[in-house]
Design a protein around this ligand. Structure first.
Ligand SMILES: Nc1ncnc2c1ncn2[C@@H]1O[C@H](COP(=O)(O)OP(=O)(O)OP(=O)(O)O)[C@@H](O)[C@H]1O
Ligand SMILES: [Mg+2]
Length: 358
């Protein structure tokens, strides 16, 4: 649906997009994820035609957009701040893009009603737009974008101004809406959880480049660099020494864990420089309670820190022979006590769950 071909963008001397090449499929929920200033909004605006590019090409539906102005592109954009007109009614806001449309008033009213229904605002048409909550305003902005039936909907942090509960609710509604209408969504966010929850695929960006483009599970389980791993959730990095390599297996030495074999498929592509490391997600390590057996390997250690979250507890455990503690997340289960700082414990782990950065 959308193709970037070596897109470069300079603002004066500042190199904002540094050779972006990627494709976004039709009907996909695609996210651009990265820290503030990495170029997400700039890249999104090149799709909409609000931003010229310095070189390269942006194609939509196979057509080069170089000389196509924003208002002639099959895209529509929803912004972070609710850019709706407070002095108009909800229905007038939603129908705004149709004001020069030749269809009859009755037909337009019907389209407005359908759009409002899509975003869960049936019956709100006559309401003044200023008399809406933040979440409702953002729904109006969505309805207004959708009524024009764009092939691509561009969303620049549309939920970031909402509080957590409403945001999570809107995330689920947006996913449902996207499935219903079937159009391509491109979402900009700096919230990794939001990207993981909502996307079919995610492009992780740093400093004007795409560091990794993959589906959420691949990004989480097989990040291709320490930087991506660090940005997407929490990962424990333990210094490792590669001691052997044969066929599809690499042998490494990790203080506190001993010798372990990993498959080459578990090796991150980007070189980590001189210092190899293994990475574990907190939920791939398990604290063993009395009488429990490790499913694979086990290591003894002492609990350093306990952070209780209600449904989960995060433990920092210093494994014997390790310099720094590792973070372990445990789901709290009725009847199982939360452990205290200083408790001696055993930790179950599996070489199959780690990523080797080398
Ligand atoms: N009109 C402009 N003139 C000069 N520099 C700009 C302009 N617009 C953006 N930049 C710079 O380009 C870089 C990328 O900006 P962009 O808005 O794309 O970042 P972003 O990833 O969307 O960040 P955020 O998460 O904070 O919105 C930033 O360093 C920014 O300062
Ligand atoms: Mg931005």
């Amino acid at each position: 649906m959308i193709a970037f071909r070596d897109v470069q963008k300079y603002y004066g001397d500042y190199h904002a997009l540094r050779g972006i090449s990627a494709e976004i499929r039709a009907g996909e929920f695609f996210s651009l994820l990265g820290p503030s200033g990495c170029g997400k909004t700039t890249l999104l605006r090149t799709i909409a035609g609000f931003e010229d590019i310095s070189s390269g090409a942006v194609l939509i539906d196979g057509k080069d957009m170089a000389n196509v102005p924003a208002n002639k592109r099959p895209t529509n954009m929803v912004f972070q701040s609710y850019a709706i007109f407070p002095h108009l009614t909800v229905a007038q806001n939603v129908g705004f893009g149709l004001r020069r449309d030749p269809r009859s008033k009755a037909e337009k009213d019907k389209l407005v009603e359908e759009s409002l229904e899509m975003v869960g605002l049936t019956g709100y048409g006559a309401r003044a737009a200023h008399a809406l909550s933040g979440g409702q305003r953002q729904r109006v902005a969505l309805a207004r974008a959708l009524i024009l039936k764009p092939k691509v909907l561009l969303l620049d942090e549309p939920l970031s101004a909402l509080d957590r509960k409403i945001r999570e609710q809107m995330q689920v509604e947006l996913i449902k809406l996207q499935r219903e209408v079937g159009i391509t969504f491109v979402l900009v966010t700096h919230d990794q959880e939001e990207a993981l929850v909502m996307s079919d695929r995610i492009a992780v960006m740093f400093e004007g480049e795409i560091a990794q483009l993959a589906d959420p599970e691949t990004l989480y389980r097989r990040p291709n660099s320490r930087r991506v791993a660090d940005f997407i959730g929490v990962m424990n990095f333990l210094p490792a020494k590669v001691t052997g390599e044969s066929g599809d297996t690499i042998t490494a030495e990790v203080a506190g864990l001993g010798t372990l074999d990993v498959a080459t498929s578990q090796v991150s592509m980007a070189p980590a420089g001189d210092n190899a490391a293994v990475g574990f997600r907190p939920e791939t390590l398990t604290i063993l309670y009395e009488g429990q057996q490790a499913t694979d390997r086990e290591a003894p250690g002492t609990i350093d820190e306990v952070v209780y979250y209600g449904d989960m507890t995060y433990y920092d455990v210093r494994l014997d022979g390790m310099e720094k503690p590792v973070r372990i997340s445990m789901r709290n289960v009725f009847g199982r006590p939360v452990l205290d700082v200083g408790t001696r414990t055993r930790v179950s782990w599996s070489p199959g769950a780690l990523v080797l950065f080398r």
